[in-house]
Design a protein around this ligand. Structure first.
Ligand SMILES: [Zn+2]
Length: 235
């Protein structure tokens, strides 16, 4: 019974303190929102493309691991990691889908329709860069490690590829490959700088196991996110 009375007695002082505090909070928020508004004028936009999906699984291993699933898991992690940087991140797919209408026949035609839709999506959001995520596979199972490819005609594409690959090779146990020019439909046909990141080899049994682990996917995603951020001059 005494408590309410004492609070009542201190009410004007409490209100004053609360008033000053809320003004401070308000001014901080106000400054914060102004800063965000200024930043959004020069917004950076990234289209992440988890390779394959739907009818097209990409590489499949004897153990039943699908490339399309790993591509999507990594893309989602990269998006999450880039969140705080203020970079706007879009994905060409958020689930296990493709963009081929029913009834379309022919492997090459289907592939091209699917890739063209993804390229269009990047144009629609006016993406500054396009980053396609894949996992490699070979028949022999000898190779391992990440590789990043760019269109040899694009200097900015090369710069982006080099920055991403530089981060990827910092991962312990990673091969120390350098970014390479590559002849791929998707990077040749995008209007913005574009790269293909092959995060590893599913054909290596050792790497296949790692690629399914979220701790390893996080290492890869962090490296890709860091490379993208430094392309835009962000920490
Ligand atoms: Zn692939």
């Amino acid at each position: 019974m005494r408590q309410p009375l004492s609070i009542l007695g201190k009410k004007p002082a409490v209100l004053l303190v609360l008033g000053v505090m809320s003004m401070l909070v308000f001014s901080v928020l106000w400054q914060g929102s102004t800063a965000v508004m200024i930043h959004s004028e020069g917004d950076h936009v990234v289209m992440l493309d988890p390779g394959h999906g739907g009818y097209d699984p990409g590489a499949i291993t004897a153990q039943g691991v699908y490339e399309k699933s790993i591509n999507l898991q990594i893309a989602q992690k990269v998006k999450e990691m880039l969140g705080p940087s203020g970079i706007q991140v879009f994905l060409t797919r958020e689930e296990d889908i493709d963009y081929v209408p029913d009834g379309v026949k022919g492997k090459t035609t289907k592939k091209q329709i699917d890739l063209n839709r993804r390229i269009d999506m990047a144009n629609e959001v006016k993406a500054d860069i396009f980053v396609s995520l894949h996992v490699n596979a070979t028949a022999t199972g000898q190779n391992s490690g990440a590789e990043t490819f760019y269109d040899s005609k694009s200097e900015s594409g090369k710069e982006l590829a080099v920055l991403i690959q530089q981060e990827l090779i910092k991962i312990p146990g990673m091969n120390r490959r350098i970014a390479k020019p590559g002849d791929f439909y998707v990077i040749n046909n995008t209007s913005m700088p574009a790269v293909i990141v092959e995060v590893g080899y599913l054909s290596s049994l050792k790497e296949q196991k790692k690629l399914q682990q979220s701790w390893y996917q996080e290492q890869l995603s962090r490296a890709i996110a860091k490379g993208i951020a430094s392309y835009f001059g962000l920490p």
